[in-house]
Design a protein around this ligand. Structure first.
Ligand SMILES: [Zn+2]
Ligand SMILES: [Zn+2]
Length: 247
C-alpha cells in the first residue's frame, strides 16, 4: 500500500498564537492532492513550504470561519493572475459555501468574482452523515459542535486505503468517536488547555477521552494561548507549521 503524505501548512488558531499560520493541511496520495481547510494565511504558507497551488485538485472546508476558509479568496486570485491555472478546482464544504466565498471575494476584491477564469470551479455541499466520493477521495462528514447554526463538520477522509480524520473546530461530542475510530491519522484541535468550553476542545478533555478516540496516531493542532504556553508539557504529539507525516 502506498503512503499518503500529509503536511501541516498551518496549525495555528484564529489569533496568530505562536506565530503559526491559520489552519491548512496538504494531503497527497497517488491520484489526488488536496487541502483540508484553507485559512486566511494559507496561500502564504503554501508559498513558504513550496506547495504549488496548481497541484491542488480539491479544497475541503470544515466550516466557514475566516481562519479555516478565507484563504480560498487569495488562492483564487493567485490562480487567476499568477499561477495561470487551467485545471479545474473543486471546493467542497458546508451548505452555502459557494455564496459565502462569492460574498467574501466581493468584499475583499470588488468586481473580481464576475471576471472570467481560465479554469472551472466545481462547488460541492457536503451532507452530514453521508459518505461521498469526490475526486477519488472518500469523505464522511460528522457533526461538529462549534457553530450555533450547526453548519460545521468533523471530516473523515479515505484516500489510497488510508484514513485521515480532522476534528475541525469543535467542543466535545461523541461524534468524534466514530469519526476517529481506527484512523491512520487523527488531527485534533486543542484550543483550550483545561477550560470547559462548548465550542472548542481542551487538551485535558482529549487526554480524558483518549481511550475512546481510537486512532492510530493523534496529532494536536489549533492550540490557543493557554495550550501553547504549555506546549512542552503536552504528552500528545503536537503539529508545527511545515511538519510532514506519511501514513
Ligand atoms: Zn479555528
Ligand atoms: Zn471556527
Amino acid at each position: 500500500m502506498s503512503l499518503v503524505d500529509v503536511q501541516f501548512l498551518g496549525c495555528g488558531d484564529a489569533f496568530g498564537t505562536g506565530g503559526r499560520f491559520n489552519t491548512c493541511f496538504h494531503v497527497k496520495g497517488t491520484k489526488s492532492s488536496f487541502l483540508i481547510d484553507c485559512g486566511a494565511s494559507s496561500l502564504v504558507a503554501m508559498k513558504k513550504f513550496n506547495v504549488d497551488p496548481n497541484s491542488i485538485d480539491t479544497i475541503f472546508l470544515t466550516h466557514l470561519h475566516g481562519d479555516h476558509f478565507a484563504g480560498v479568496i487569495f488562492f483564487l486570485m493567485d490562480a487567476r493572475y499568477l499561477a495561470q491555472r487551467t485545471r479545474p478546482l473543486t471546493i467542497a464544504g458546508p451548505k452555502g459555501v459557494r455564496q459565502r466565498i462569492k460574498d467574501t471575494m466581493n468584499v475583499l476584491y470588488p468586481g473580481c468574482w464576475d471576471k472570467p477564469d481560465n479554469f472551472d470551479i466545481h462547488f460541492f455541499e457536503l451532507a452530514k452523515g453521508k459518505r461521498q466520493t469526490i475526486q477519488n477521495i472518500g469523505v464522511h462528514p460528522f457533526n461538529a459542535k462549534h457553530l450555533l447554526d450547526g453548519n460545521d463538520f468533523i471530516l473523515r477522509f479515505e484516500i489510497d486505503g488510508k484514513t485521515i480524520t480532522y476534528s475541525g473546530d469543535t467542543g466535545w461530542t461523541t461524534e468524534l468517536i466514530p469519526a476517529a475510530k481506527d484512523a491512520d491519522l487523527f488531527i485534533c484541535e486543542a484550543f483550550h488547555y483545561d477550560r470547559v468550553c462548548e465550542f472548542h476542545l481542551a487538551y485535558a478533555t482529549i487526554k480524558e477521552k483518549q481511550n475512546q478516540l481510537q486512532a492510530k496516531t493523534t496529532v494536536l493542532t489549533h492550540l490557543g494561548p493557554e495550550t501553547f504556553e504549555k506546549i512542552n508539557e503536552l504528552t500528545l504529539q503536537v503539529a508545527f507549521d511545515g511538519m510532514k507525516i506519511s501514513v
